[in-house]
Write a protein that binds this ligand. Structure first.
Ligand SMILES: [Zn+2]
Length: 83
């Protein structure tokens, strides 16, 4: 069953996205993050697991401003967070 967009009820499809996170005034770009993207309005959602992996990646690379995502795939549709 396809997940539905919380904003417009469109279909959410797996996609990769470059996201920017803020940590203590630092802007960090994370490349190739697995997200769910709405095919209608473009809203992107992340699983809690992916958010946690991004946080760990940032913590493991102090001073970095661009990181390649290397954590788990988005395998959870039940826990999603707006980007
Ligand atoms: Zn939507």
């Amino acid at each position: 069953m396809m997940a539905r967009c919380h904003v417009c009820d469109g279909q959410m499809a797996p996609a990769n996205s470059t996201l920017t996170r803020l940590r203590g005034g630092r802007r960090i770009q994370i490349v190739d993050v697995p997200v769910r993207r709405c095919s209608s309005c473009g809203e992107e959602w992340l699983s809690a697991r992916v958010i946690k992996a991004m946080d760990q990646l940032i913590a493991a690379n102090p001073g970095a401003t661009v990181l390649d995502y290397s954590g788990p795939e988005d395998d959870s549709l039940s826990e999603t967070h707006s980007v």
